[in-house]
Design a protein around this ligand. Sequence first.
Ligand SMILES: Cc1cc2nc3c(=O)[nH]c(=O)nc-3n(C[C@H](O)[C@H](O)[C@H](O)COP(=O)(O)OP(=O)(O)OC[C@H]3O[C@@H](n4cnc5c(N)ncnc54)[C@H](O)[C@@H]3O)c2cc1C
Length: 211
Amino acid sequence: MYDTIIVGGGSAGSVMAHRLSARSANKVLLCEAGQDTPPGNEPPEIRDSYSGLAYFDPRFHWTELKVTTQIVSHNNPDESRPPLRKYEQARVLGGGSSINGQMANRGAPTDYEEWEARGAVGWNWKDVLPYFKKVERDLDFDGPFHGKDGRIPVRRIPHQHWTAHSQEAGIPTRPPGRGGAGNDRPARRPSWPRPPAPRGCRRRDRGGPWS
Ligand SMILES: Cc1cc2nc3c(=O)[nH]c(=O)nc-3n(C[C@H](O)[C@H](O)[C@H](O)COP(=O)(O)OP(=O)(O)OC[C@H]3O[C@@H](n4cnc5c(N)ncnc54)[C@H](O)[C@@H]3O)c2cc1C
């Protein structure tokens, strides 16, 4: 008999399971359709900090998912439809966080202000910032926009480790402490979510799905 049953052990489900089971009286069942990644016995592709290994491994995907990315302006079944393309979604404990690029991106402050203006009360930048800070342990910077005590370590790839190309191109880092998307990232926005993570991006280290 369980107090809570969580279907899907992805990013959200794993955190929910962790939080709920922190109280030992709670009985929590976490059901995940994909492969388990028990601590100490994680598949090497999942453990590897190069996200491309897990990302390109069909064992960790819902391989049949397809999606249309072009707008369809009608519901006529007889009209031709735009082509379907693969829809990458993880099927493994940890979900997307086990296969993704490990980039720690926040939205821009103006995104949240717009959400609240459209009716999402409590989602303005000032109100969401404490939660961004709470989740992260910033290994590089301190200050009003950076968390130091969260469970997810966040670091930047040091400038000397950037590719020769980006250094020669003189891509500058942004000053720390802006709080929005792209803290301390190269000014040029990386393509996302394709691995490998562009050099110079903030990365979060992959933790266990229950961490
Ligand atoms: C390729 C890729 C790269 C990404 N890169 C980044 C990045 O660099 N930085 C970043 O912040 N975000 C990134 N994201 C986005 C991020 O990973 C997702 O937003 C996040 O994982 C979504 O969490 P979720 O809990 O909503 O869903 P998911 O993490 O997808 O979890 C859903 C889980 O439910 C399971 N499930 C589904 N149906 C069932 C069922 N019927 N029974 C049991 N289990 C089921 C799935 O197998 C899956 O494990 C990326 C995503 C992808 C796909």
